[in-house]
Design a protein around this ligand. Structure first.
Ligand code: SAH
Length: 346
């Protein structure tokens, strides 16, 4: 198995069969340690011991979509819906800036209240006021023209997880009106426009097979994103997947390491979902090749309402407390949070 891992490091890709063989060994400590050690060395080579932070602003939980796994899907009548005002969004940025954030991530459901014009206004205002900061959008599927308008207004990056690269698996997770083909088209549009783009998927999403994960890895290698977000699936009580098991910690960490070997200079977050299934999940993510953290900057009053999955961590603390806690956690494992936009280095 070490030979396969060495080959992955060298060639940055394996065949589907080879990936399948490797994945099946995710719970073997010797193999996963060997892989993690390599992933960590590559990360250190490219990023030293620096961890980039992104301030997450969950600005709306209204959503027109009905993704089966998601707690803010439109048919969840138990979700308490909210939208932040422009002023509330700007206040999040101000607080974040003072705490050392130089990237703001605007994430939300697909909320048509925020028209292209409104979003352009918000993006250009943030850009004007915080000209040394990057803006990342995570607002789902839009037209090429809309993506272009946001880019021209100053948005730098876009996160749009592909969710699964297998068409029939995609259909098991989403209603009929959503398609993998359109999700992929959006990703290619974003790249063409010039965004730094992130794709990704949930580990252990319902009905996911190892073969599906192999397809995800092959898609990631082909698309060659600047960022890759992966985190464990976590059931939400108000969805039809409420009784489904959560994604596996060891497999998630194993995949972070594989992705690091495939894309040495990619920006890979240790996600909040990872920190939710394991108390030290985010530290473990970093030790397996992740180099980004995305603490929450949303006002405490709305944090619990942005509930994609159950038991999400850090919904009760001020951003200042979160960053202090994270800095200590990161220091403890020999890394350092830096004040930096943390752009992709081409
Ligand atoms: N509306 C935006 C943002 C989605 S939320 C969009 O369409 O891209 C960001 C990510 O959270 C999703 O892409 C999904 O992968 C993840 N997510 C949603 N529900 C989840 C769950 N139950 N467990 C773990 N991750 C989840």
């Amino acid at each position: 198995m070490k030979k396969l891992i060495d080959k992955l490091e060298r060639q940055k890709i394996l065949t589907a069969d080879e990936f399948l063989i490797l994945l099946q060994k995710f719970s073997n400590a010797k193999i996963s340690n060997y892989l993690a050690q390599k992933a960590r060395a590559i990360t250190q080579k490219h990023f030293d011991n620096k961890i980039y932070i992104r301030g997450l602003i969950e600005f709306t939980n209204y959503c027109r979509n009905d993704c089966f796994y998601c707690g803010i899907r439109k048919s969840n009548l138990n979700a308490q819906r909210y939208r932040l005002s422009n002023q509330e969004i700007f206040t999040c940025c101000e607080k974040g800036y003072a705490l050392g954030f130089r990237t703001f991530v605007l994430q939300g459901g697909e909320d048509l209240y925020f028209t292209d014009e409104k979003l352009v206004e918000i993006i250009s205002h943030i850009k004007k006021k915080f000209h040394d900061c990057a803006i990342t959008l995570s607002i789902g599927e839009k037209s090429f023209d809309a993506y272009k308008k946001f880019f021209d207004a100053g948005a730098d990056r876009f996160l749009l997880r592909h969710e699964t690269a297998n068409d029939s698996h995609y259909k098991k997770l989403h209603p009929k009106n959503l398609s993998l083909a359109n999700r992929k088209k959006c990703l290619y549009d974003l790249k063409k426009i010039g965004y730094q783009v992130g794709c990704g998927f949930m580990v252990g999403s319902p009905f996911q097979t190892f073969a599906n994960v192999v397809e995800d890895l092959l898609f990631i290698q082909k698309f060659s994103p600047h960022m890759v977000g992966i985190g464990p699936f976590i059931a939400h009580k108000d969805t039809k997947f409420s009784a489904m098991p959560n994604g596996n910690l060891a497999l998630t960490l194993f995949l972070i390491s594989i992705i690091r070997l495939m894309l040495p200079n990619a920006l890979i977050p240790a996600t909040t979902a990872l920190g939710t299934i394991d108390n030290d999940g985010r530290e473990k993510g970093i030790l397996h090749g992740a180099n980004v953290l995305m603490p929450n900057l949303s006002p405490i009053s709305v944090r619990k309402k942005y509930s994609l999955y159950d038991n999400k961590i850090c919904t009760g603390e001020e951003a200042a407390e979160c960053i202090k806690c994270l800095a200590a956690r990161v220091n403890k494992i020999g890394y350092e949070i830096v004040v930096d936009r943390g752009d992709y280095k081409y």
